[in-house]
Ligand binder design. Structure first.
Ligand code: 5MM
Length: 341
């Protein structure tokens, strides 16, 4: 393992002004997104859509540091025959790959999930590296509800995240470690804070036990935020203050960077929260975005599967990427959104 190189890539992934595009929707998830815009989820349409994003010159060259791909996408070529991975590299961004194989019910723990995909992971990583991937992603899903999460679910998911991370580093690939505490319930921000603290503490404990080099990884957490169905929604400043307090308590400064998931926040909320956190600096790690929905909802709608809408889709993507790029430096203002509307 060349830790200097892993650290160089991890640091580039969270460079100020840039963040990560999570375009790693599995076939089921991208179908849901396409259903919402009335587009059939064929291999060709998935390719065309992602090609549109990766050819968005302004977004990709100025605001996107890396792209997380799904297995199908990493092997696909653009319409002109150029591998999609090459389009990403040519823009200056780093290609990455989602390597988990989704979740399964966790036995003995009703309502809880464990992420799978460790079997043959070492072989798969080797092939992904040869294809150009320089980082990977594995997402654990922790739900908050009555009596959950259990320490069992937190423990097995942390163990799997650390196993994955160690395998990645041995394959010279930077692991994005994503333990997502879902914001789906009616819990308040303090319950999210408490559960996320337990999840991150356990995750870092496992990373240490399994000898993962913290300097060669990126953390992709949720923010401390109210559940979507909670009657009292915490304001932006409270989300920012509690998230930073929580991360400072749980994430060692040796970690080069933290890149948030958006988790179902609206586009503008996800941007405003990141921006407000930067007002609380200086921070011990790079802090940016690794958004899926909060970067793609607007371009998906603008594109709607029509070739004549490619420019509109790219402009919607570039706008969101620019807004989040500014937020990653604490330079975003809501008036910039209005001007663009
Ligand atoms: C883009 O969505 C990713 C893949 O989800 P599935 O495996 O369910 O298809 C997801 O892991 C994503 O990378 C993160 O959750 C961040 O995305 P959001 O939309 O929460 O910002």
């Amino acid at each position: 393992m060349n830790l200097t190189e892993l650290n160089r890539i991890a640091t580039a992934m969270v460079a100020p002004g840039k963040g990560i595009l999570a375009a790693d929707e599995s076939s089921g998830t991208i179908k849901k997104r396409f259903d919402a815009i009335g587009v059939e989820s064929t291999e060709g349409n998935r390719r065309d859509y992602r090609e549109m994003l990766f050819r968005s010159r302004e977004a990709m060259s100025q605001y996107i540091s890396g792209v997380i791909l799904y297995d199908e996408t990493i092997w696909q070529d653009a319409k002109d025959g150029t591998p999609l991975v090459k389009l990403i590299e040519q823009s200056g961004a780093i290609p990455g790959i989602k390597v988990d194989e989704g979740t399964q019910a966790l036995p003995m723990c009703p309502g809880e999930l464990v992420t799978v995909g460790l079997d043959k992971l070492a072989e798969r990583l080797k092939k992904y590296y040869e294809r150009g991937a320089r980082f990977a992603k594995w997402r654990a899903v922790i739900d908050i509800g009555s009596g959950i999460p259990s320490m069992t679910a937190i423990g097995v998911n942390a163990h799997a995240l650390a196993r994955y991370a160690a395998l990645c580093q041995a394959a010279q690939i930077v692991p994005i470690v994503e333990p997502e505490v879902l914001m789906d319930g009616d819990h308040d921000i303090d319950r999210c804070y408490e559960v996320t603290t337990r999840v991150l503490n356990k995750t870092f404990q496992e990373l240490r036990v399994q000898r993962v080099a913290l300097e060669g990884m990126v953390l992709k957490p949720n923010m401390a935020i109210s559940g979507k169905k909670c009657a009292k929604q915490a304001p932006v400043e409270e989300v920012a203050e509690k998230t930073i307090r929580l991360l400072k308590a749980c994430v060692p400064a040796a970690v080069p960077g933290i890149a948030f998931l958006s988790g179902g926040q609206s586009d503008e909320e996800a941007t405003a929260h990141l921006n407000a956190m930067h007002k609380l600096g200086p921070l011990p790690w790079g802090l940016t975005f690794s958004y899926g929905r909060a970067l793609q909802a607007a371009p998906q709608k603008a594109w709607s599967g029509k070739a004549e809408n490619v420019a509109a889709g790219q402009s919607a993507f570039s706008h969101r990427a620019r807004m989040n790029g500014l937020a990653s430096k604490g330079e975003w203002q809501s008036s910039l959104e209005k001007k663009a509307a």
